[in-house]
Design a protein around this ligand. Structure first.
Ligand SMILES: NC(=O)c1ccc[n+]([C@@H]2O[C@H](COP(=O)([O-])OP(=O)(O)OC[C@H]3O[C@@H](n4cnc5c(N)ncnc54)[C@H](O)[C@@H]3O)[C@@H](O)[C@H]2O)c1
Length: 350
């Protein structure tokens, strides 16, 4: 693998005037990415299915800066119409049902959104004359369970997921293979990132937001396991930077079509370590002691035991690596929730 063009990926002269579609723009990563790309002068066309949840975009004053469509990506005709009527140059496909707990009780909606939504998108782009770069968000969950000794995952590992969200992401991931093959030759890169955290994450069942709410005294924190499971956490600014890098490089170099990229920090943190860090930053030892007691006898069910990712391939090809440090990222995130929850009720997001 040799190093390709990369460092100019944040040049405004490249992004200015580019029509960039972000599906799931209301969401955590979509919202942060929109913010970053607006700062680079891109034209953002955003799709999400729920305007009432566009709180991050509103909070950041971004809603009026994008062309926003409220639609369900399951609706092929409407979705195709948006894609074909906007001369899209670059697309980030982020829309998905991401809540693993919802997926366990409602697999149908998760499979519909994550699988049908992906082929509706790619099928529409088959007819596009302008598209040069499509980034599809798969996930580390697509790999399924591997022994701790085999981690971090490598991009050539088989996908062997079991649980509904994980299977839905693996299916979407495989669908990108056929559309990027020589048969259809769509310019697609697929990403398999670890857990992501940071300002704007409003899925309060995810570990970090859930634990922060508990530290604010708003909710009881119930650990899903005994704290020993390992996870990796990328800070959202690193993810926006990386998405920008990948989209730019694919745009400039179509031979990247079909590539898959893992990303994480390369470190497996125990869930306990994350919880402990948040409680220390919040000066809340009593809560940490209480959570530690509630680990006893708990076993993680319906979820992968250990996961962490490396960025080796990204570093070799583009010189990319994550810049954020965990403690700093957590502190910025806590401060953001503090400010956000002054004006918004977390119960609206449950
Ligand atoms: N957050 C993470 O830790 C993480 C890690 C790896 C991969 N990913 C992937 O990144 C992507 C974005 O995740 P996120 O954390 O921002 O999630 P999120 O829930 O914050 O955002 C998802 C967005 O998708 C939209 N959406 C859901 N169903 C839809 C439908 N049927 N039609 C139209 N829009 C729909 C929602 O309105 C929302 O805007 C997802 O594909 C997810 O699988 C996330």
């Amino acid at each position: 693998m040799q190093r390709k063009i990369s460092q100019k990926y944040t040049n405004k002269s490249f992004w200015k005037g580019k029509n960039v579609l972000i599906t799931g723009v209301n969401g955590f990563i979509g919202g942060n990415l929109a913010k970053f790309l607006i700062s680079l002068n891109a034209n953002i066309i955003g799709i999400s299915n729920n305007r009432t949840k566009a709180k991050f975009l509103k909070h950041e004053g971004l809603l009026k800066k994008i062309k926003y469509y409220e639609l369900d990506i399951i609706n092929y005709k409407k979705f195709q119409n948006v894609i074909l009527s906007n001369d899209i140059d670059i697309c980030f496909h982020l829309a998905a049902q991401v809540d693993v707990n919802i997926a366990k009780i409602d697999p149908f909606t998760t499979l519909e959104t994550n699988i049908r939504g992906t082929y509706n998108l790619l099928e529409s782009f088959r007819l596009s004359k302008t598209i040069k770069s499509i980034i599809v968000a798969s996930s580390d969950k697509a790999y399924g369970e591997y022994a701790l000794k085999d981690l971090p995952y490598l991009e050539n590992y088989d996908l062997r997921p079991l649980y509904p969200y994980d299977v839905s992401k693996a299916c979407a991931d495989l669908i990108t293979k056929t559309y990027s093959s020589s048969l259809f030759d769509l310019p697609i890169v697929t990403t398999r990132f670890s857990n992501i955290y940071g300002p704007g994450q409003l899925n309060f069942t995810a570990l970090i937001p859930d634990c922060i709410l508990a530290n604010f005294g708003l909710r009881k924190f119930i650990p899903r396991g005994n704290g020993k499971n390992k996870r990796d956490f990328l800070y959202v600014n690193d993810v926006c930077d990386l998405y920008t890098c990948l989209a730019f490089n694919l745009y400039k170099n179509k031979s990247l079509t079909g590539e898959i990229f893992n990303a994480g920090t390369g470190k497996g943190y125990t869930v306990d370590k994350i919880i402990k860090n948040i409680c220390i930053l919040e000066n809340n030892k009593p809560l940490y002691d209480k959570i530690k007691l509630s680990y006893i006898g708990k076993k993680l069910t319906g979820e992968i035991q250990h996961q962490f990712m490396s960025y080796t391939k990204l570093e070799k090809m583009f010189g990319w690596k994550p810049k954020s440090k965990l403690k700093e990222g957590l502190l910025t995130t806590i401060n953001w929730y503090n400010s956000f929850l002054k004006h918004n009720n977390y119960k609206n997001f449950l």
